[in-house]
Write a protein that binds this ligand. Structure first.
Ligand SMILES: [Ca+2]
Ligand SMILES: [Ca+2]
Ligand SMILES: [Ca+2]
Ligand SMILES: [Ca+2]
Length: 393
């Protein structure tokens, strides 16, 4: 059985989706795509993703591209399960067909497919429609890669040396996967315009050769030759954001094997500085950049799966970061998301915990600290989580 378990908020109706690989022995994670595409915005009401909305403005309602403020309690209740393919490693959410309702996108590691589940806006989803990709997809991210206002997909793999791009038709369907060379084992990826030419670029985290690959986009859905930059050992996830406030996107990776994250500052032309490491807990698996203490400077949050902690690195706005503050989560936290679930204007934190089979929610105090985890049960071996308002309440 391979399911995505849904956990609905009692009042906010925000949805947690934690994919489980169920009875399969293969295990891996991916970070949800939307965190990977974080940007800073001081006064946004128009948004394309949650991180476009400052904490006081809430989260991004993808159906209207407007920041809305939740009124929930931060408490979630079981919402049922949905069937996807075999070993769903990664889940993302977006309105794919423009009906104002959040849809789901799932990477099925053992089915070599991407499942799309269209939402009905009332918490229900249609049966999955599957799109073939190469073997063992580990990651799926969402972005408009060819600038036609329709969501496209980026897929990463455990065993391959390519990433795949699937262009969306705006009606919930995707074209044939097209592969572009990356490094070895691009398990995670992020999208951002790293060279400032207006076309989205792809950055992949290559866990086999300990690099990130940068693939510059041509704006029509094709990508150039990969340029690689060394990071720590066994990078599992990468995020982009302007960490030093120079208007150029920077990179950060979660390095499972070296118990740290790597920060690489961008030159705005597609190249990056040598990686500088920040010590995390053991086996960091996913990460997100967000301004959790509302000082206008991006911070880094990662999940240390071997330490059962969530690590927060507060940024100084010039590319430097304070030592990690660590907050206990469930067992083996892997996926991570941030959002303001209880509507107090402060970002909260959640992780998908691969061994305790639950999701931890830690409410933020708006100063970079987070409270005690409240855990909500999900299916077996959750690797990834995302959030969306699936029922409009
Ligand atoms: Ca598109
Ligand atoms: Ca670009
Ligand atoms: Ca920068
Ligand atoms: Ca900050």
């Amino acid at each position: 059985m391979n399911k995505c378990a849904r956990y609905l908020g009692c009042f906010s109706a925000l949805l947690f989706l934690a994919c489980s690989s169920g009875g399969n022995s293969t295990i891996e994670e991916e970070p949800p795509a939307r965190e990977d595409m974080a940007q800073v915005c001081s006064d946004c009401t128009v948004c394309a993703r949650d991180t476009d909305c400052p904490p006081a403005a809430g989260f991004c309602d993808l159906s209207r591209n407007r920041c809305i403020k939740p009124t929930g309690s931060g408490v979630f209740q079981a919402g049922g399960t949905l069937t996807a393919g075999a070993a769903p490693y990664c889940v993302a959410a977006s309105d794919l067909n423009g009906d104002g309702r959040a849809d789901l996108i799932v990477a099925n590691n053992m089915s070599s497919s991407i499942s799309v589940l269209l939402g009905d806006g009332m918490g229900g989803f249609a049966s999955p429609v599957n799109f073939s990709v190469s073997a063992k997809p580990s990651f799926v991210g969402i972005a408009d890669l060819n600038r036609d206002q329709k969501i496209d997909l980026v897929v990463g793999y455990i065993d391959l040396t390519v990433v795949s791009v699937l262009l969306g038709d705006g009606a919930g369907r995707f074209g044939a996967a097209k592969n572009f060379a990356a490094g070895a084992g691009p398990r995670g990826a992020a999208v951002g315009d790293v060279n400032g030419d207006g076309s989205p670029d792809i950055v992949a985290a290559n866990f086999v050769d300990n690099t990130v690959s940068v693939l510059l986009g041509n704006g029509s859905g094709s990508f150039g030759a990969a340029k690689s930059f060394a990071v720590g050992t066994d990078p599992r996830a990468v995020a982009v954001g302007d960490l030093n406030g120079d208007g150029r996107l920077d990179l950060v990776t979660a390095n499972n094997g070296s118990a740290n994250v790597s920060v690489l500052l961008g030159d705005g032309r597609g190249s990056f500085s040598a990686a500088s490491p920040l010590s995390s807990g053991i086996a960091p698996r996913a990460l997100v950049v967000a301004d959790v203490n509302v000082d206008g400077k991006l911070d880094i949050l990662t999940t240390s799966s071997g330490s059962n902690t969530l690590n927060v690195f507060l940024g100084n706005g010039t590319g430097g970061f304070a030592s990690a503050s660590n907050f206990p989560a469930g067992s083996a936290p892997i996926g991570v998301v941030v959002a303001d679930w209880n509507g107090d204007g402060r970002l909260d934190l959640a992780s998908a915990n691969g061994q305790s089979n639950d999701v931890s929610v830690l409410l933020g105090n708006g100063m970079g600290s987070f409270g005690t985890a409240t855990n909500f049960r999900v299916g077996n071996l959750p690797r990834s989580l995302t959030m969306a308002d699936v029922n409009g309440i």
